[in-house]
Design a protein around this ligand. Structure first.
Ligand SMILES: Cc1cc2nc3c(=O)[nH]c(=O)nc-3n(C[C@H](O)[C@H](O)[C@H](O)COP(=O)(O)OP(=O)(O)OC[C@H]3O[C@@H](n4cnc5c(N)ncnc54)[C@H](O)[C@@H]3O)c2cc1C
Length: 461
């Protein structure tokens, strides 16, 4: 139901009329995020400038029982920002100041709408590193990264976003402003609400300030590439690298279909006959990087690599990493609809999981290519559908992904390693967490959001 003129007027009084949108044309860009097949027009979009405005919008929404969906860049891949029940989409992009970078304390204080790349660049300018490195970094916001606990290419060595969140300011749906954690690297007072809010996907509170830990920037980085007859051989190389005591900064794989799609797309000179490709990289002192890269290349060789190369310099390393970074656009060209998914299995079971994905794709007669983070078992099976109006193909793709998520759980894995649950994966959550835990999630949701206005139809629903 559209919001009343009175409510639009009250929203305008809070954030300024120019920061409220409510005509259909203005709402269309906020009907969907980066997830295909989910959309719903909200009734209004608001762009608050600060914490006080966020609090006032939330108080008003709770009072009138209007749903509110927090949104950063809308780059999530699990329909986490689709306003399933209409209501208000609250966009944080005006709250985009980097308030502080402290080299002494190794931290940054930022507003939620700062892009990941802007924080990473500001850290670099101070000789520091913000390690999380999602593929969407140029558009995704730090608030969105925290709310989804984003991962990325450096997850094995450096962990994910939650490993860097020291403290948060957040507004509860009832309008109270809370502060969790702070600037300390050690603080165990009370339940860990910082961790609870990290990954809560906009269902418990709106994050309005983030204190993020940084690390000293490494002096050097390096990358290599190795080709294998199949993923089983690449998997052996991954196991050998890790058991040799090396913790690479990058350890990514592409399966055969993915290698060919990337080569068709970017003509990088990749070997099309490879059954699997492994990208390996490290950072640190120049000597350590060279030593580890050479050792990793030797271990790939011993595990059956048909060919390997080390990049000569930073530009060469970036060129190699392009193979991984352009996997999604390369696959997208193969059809009109690309469904990129995310599942994680224990590392030794990656090759088995990819074999099972291939068998599932054959069984459902769909096209699925897989790439991902070999170092942390995080796979991105990607289904390409030729015609987005072919409902029968889309149903077969859904059935294939149902089987893929079931298989991930069966192998001791998870239905999502980094993209989150959103609306897209909510139907699969019960299979992983069980009834008791789902009920606990729902009780936690009620404690934060008694009127259940915040991002309904997602976690805690
Ligand atoms: C090409 C591409 C590559 C990607 N690569 C990666 C990757 O490598 N790793 C990875 O983890 N993800 C990746 N993603 C997914 C996505 O970019 C991440 O989930 C990212 O963290 C979302 O940030 P955002 O600002 O777009 O958030 P949005 O999509 O706007 O929101 C995501 C969730 O966070 C909530 N939210 C946003 N801001 C706030 C706030 N201030 N307070 C409370 N809740 C909030 C929303 O309600 C929603 O539930 C990729 C996406 C694309 C399109």
């Amino acid at each position: 139901m559209p919001l009343s003129t009175d409510l639009i007027d009250r929203l305008s009084a809070i954030v300024g009329a120019e920061h409220v949108r409510h005509t259909t044309g203005d709402l269309v860009p906020y009907a969907r995020d980066a997830t295909p097949l989910f959309d719903r027009l909200p009734d209004a979009v608001v762009f608050p400038a600060d914490t006080a405005e966020v609090a006032a919008v939330l108080r008003l929404a709770t009072e009138h029982r209007v749903p509110v969906v927090p949104r950063g860049a809308g780059s999530n891949l699990c329909a986490a920002t689709v306003a399933l029940n209409g209501g208000i989409v609250l966009v944080t992009t005006r709250m985009n100041r980097i308030r502080e970078i402290s080299p002494d304390e190794l931290l940054a204080v930022v507003e939620p709408g700062v892009t990941t790349a802007a924080l990473a660049d500001a850290a670099t300018a101070h000789g520091l590193l913000f390690p999380p490195d999602p593929g969407s970094r140029t558009v995704s916001t730090v608030g969105g990264n925290v709310a989804t606990c984003a991962g990325g290419l450096r997850g094995l060595k450096y962990g994910v976003t939650r490993n860097y969140v020291l403290g948060l300011e957040a507004v509860l749906p009832t309008g109270e402003v809370i502060r969790t954690g702070g600037r300390l690297w050690k603080d165990v007072a009370g339940y860990d609400l910082t961790r609870l809010l990290t990954g809560s996907e906009g269902t418990l509170a709106v994050i309005t300030e983030i204190t993020m830990a940084l690390l000293p920037a490494p002096a050097d980085t390096g990358t290599g590439i190795a080709y294998f007859p199949d993923l089983a051989h690449a998997g052996r190389a991954v196991a050998d690298i890790l058991s040799a005591g090396i913790v690479p900064a990058t350890l990514e794989f592409l399966d055969r279909s993915c290698v060919n799609a990337v080569e068709d797309f970017a003509a990088l000179g990749l070997r099309r006959d490879a059954g699997a490709l492994l990208l390996f990289g490290d950072d640190g002192t120049s000597d350590a990087v060279r030593r580890d890269l050479t050792r990793m290349a030797e271990l790939c060789d011993a595990a059956g690599a048909t060919e390997w190369t080390l990049a000569e310099d930073v530009a060469g390393a970036e060129a190699l990493l392009t193979a991984r970074r352009c996997s999604l656009p390369a696959l997208s060209r193969l059809g009109s609809l690309t469904i990129l998914e995310d599942a994680t299995v224990p590392r030794p079971r990656i090759a088995e999981m990819v074999d099972r994905i291939d068998a599932i794709a054959d069984r459902h007669t769909v096209t699925i290519a897989t790439f991902g983070h070999a170092g942390d078992g995080n796979l991105h099976p990607t289904c390409v559908v030729a015609d987005p109006n072919d409902t029968e193909s889309i149903e077969r793709a859904h059935a294939a992904f149902d089987d893929i998520f079931r298989t991930a759980i069966e192998l001791g894995g998870t239905i999502t390693g980094e993209h989150g649950v959103g609306a897209a994966k909510l139907p699969h959550l019960r299979a992983q967490l069980g009834d008791d835990q789902l009920q606990l999630l729902s009780r936690i949701k009620t404690a934060f959001d008694p009127a259940r206005i915040l991002n309904p139809g997602k976690l805690g629903s």
